[in-house]
Design a protein around this ligand. Structure first.
Ligand code: NAD
Length: 301
C-alpha cells in the first residue's frame, strides 16, 4: 500500500483516484470545487482541506489539473496559498498526469527537482471511460528508477503504460500521437464529404478504405458518419468520445511544440486551426469527429 495524494478530482482525476482506492492504496484528495470532494469521499477517498495538507505525508503526489498554468501554480503556490512542492516531504515522487505543454512539463520537473523531490510526467489517453474502467494509456517521462517505483500505482489506473524517456517525453509522445489523430480524423471526414458529392455511399467508401491503405483508427473505430461502425460517436449524435475542445487544446500544445522546435508541420498547424473553429461553435462538447459537419456546411458555403 502506498500513501498517495491526488490533486484535481474532476472528470478524469475523480475516477482515477477511486481506482487507486480500489487497488488498496491510501488516497487523500483535494480539489478546489466542493462538489468534486463530495463525490471523492463517496468513493472512499479521504479529503483534505488544502493541497498542502493533502501532500504532507504522501509518498506519491499525483496531479490531474486543467492546464500547465494550474500545475505550475499548484506546485509553486501563489499569494498566500502554499505550494505542493514546499509542503511535501523531501524526496516525494510527483507524478503529473495533466495534459500540458512539453516546456511547461520540463519546468514542472525542474521545480520539483530543485525542491528536493523526484518527478514524472504521465499524461493519459482513453478519456473518462478509460479513467473509470482503469484502461487508460499512460505515456511517462522521467528517470527509469522513478518509473519503476511508480509502475504499480500507474497500473491501478491504466493498461498500456510506456516509459517514453526523460523529463517531458511523456507529454511529447501524447502531443505527437494526438497530432496524428487530429489530422487523420479531418482527412477521413474530408474523404467522406468528397465521396458524398461524387455519389459514393458511406458504406462503399468504408468497405474499400478500411481494407486498403486509407485504413486508420479515425476510420475503423471513430468513423465520422453513422452506419459503418455502429459504436462510433457519429451514431450517437456525436456525443464524446473525445470532445472537440480537448482536441483543440491538444493541437494548441502541438503548435507550441512546433514553434519551440521549428518543425515544418503544416498539417498539424492547419488541423489546430480547424478544431479551433469547430470548438468555438457547437463542437466544444461534441466528439471531434463531428468536425465532418463543419466541413460539409463549409462545402455548401
Ligand atoms: P476537469 O476540469 O474535469 O478536472 C480538473 C479539476 O482540477 C477540476 O475539478 C478543478 O476544480 C481542479 N482544480 C483546478 N485547480 C486546482 C487546484 N489548484 N487544486 C486542486 N484542484 C484544482 O478536467 P478533466 O477532464 O478531468 O481533465 C484533466 C486533465 O486531463 C486535463 O489536462 C485534460 O486535458 C486531460 N485529459 C482529459 C481527458 C478527458 O477526456 N476529459 C482525456 C485525456 C486527458
Amino acid at each position: 500500500m502506498t500513501s498517495i495524494a491526488f490533486i484535481g478530482l474532476g472528470h478524469m482525476g475523480g475516477p482515477m483516484a477511486a481506482n487507486l482506492v480500489k487497488a488498496g492504496h491510501e488516497v487523500t484528495g483535494f480539489d478546489v470545487v466542493p462538489a468534486a470532494l463530495e463525490t471523492a469521499q463517496a468513493a472512499g477517498i479521504a479529503v483534505a482541506p488544502s493541497g498542502a495538507k493533502a501532500v504532507a505525508s504522501a509518498d506519491i503526489v499525483i496531479t490531474m489539473l486543467p492546464s500547465g498554468h494550474h500545475v505550475l501554480e499548484a506546485y509553486n503556490g501563489s499569494g498566500s496559498t502554499r505550494g505542493l512542492l514546499g509542503a511535501a516531504r523531501p524526496g516525494t515522487l510527483f507524478i503529473d498526469s495533466s495534459t500540458i505543454a512539453v516546456d511547461e512539463s520540463r519546468a514542472a520537473h525542474a521545480a520539483a527537482t530543485a525542491a528536493g523531490h523526484r518527478s514524472l510526467d504521465a499524461p493519459v489517453s482513453g478519456g473518462v471511460v478509460g479513467a473509470e474502467n482503469a484502461t487508460l494509456a499512460l505515456m511517462v517521462g522521467g528517470a527509469e528508477a522513478d518509473f519503476a517505483e511508480a509502475l504499480p500505482v500507474l497500473e491501478a489506473m491504466g493498461r498500456r503504460i510506456v516509459h517514453c524517456g526523460g523529463p517531458g517525453l511523456g507529454q511529447a509522445a501524447k502531443v505527437c500521437n494526438n497530432m496524428i489523430l487530429g489530422v487523420t480524423q479531418i482527412a477521413v471526414a474530408e474523404a467522406f464529404v468528397l465521396g458524398e458529392r461524387l455519389g459514393l455511399t458511406h458504406q462503399a467508401l468504408f468497405d474499400v478504405a478500411s481494407n486498403a491503405t486509407g485504413q486508420c483508427w479515425a476510420l475503423t473505430t471513430n468513423c465520422p458518419v453513422p452506419g459503418p461502425v455502429p459504436t462510433s460517436p457519429a451514431n450517437n449524435d456525436y456525443r464524446p468520445g473525445f470532445a472537440g475542445a480537448l482536441m483543440s487544446k491538444d493541437l494548441g500544445l502541438a503548435a507550441q511544440a512546433i514553434a519551440l522546435t521549428g518543425v515544418d508541420a503544416k498539417l498539424g498547424l492547419l488541423a489546430g486551426g480547424i478544431y479551433g473553429d469547430f470548438a468555438a461553435g457547437e463542437g466544444a462538447g461534441q466528439d471531434f469527429s463531428g468536425v465532418i459537419k463543419m466541413i460539409r456546411s463549409e462545402s455548401d458555403a
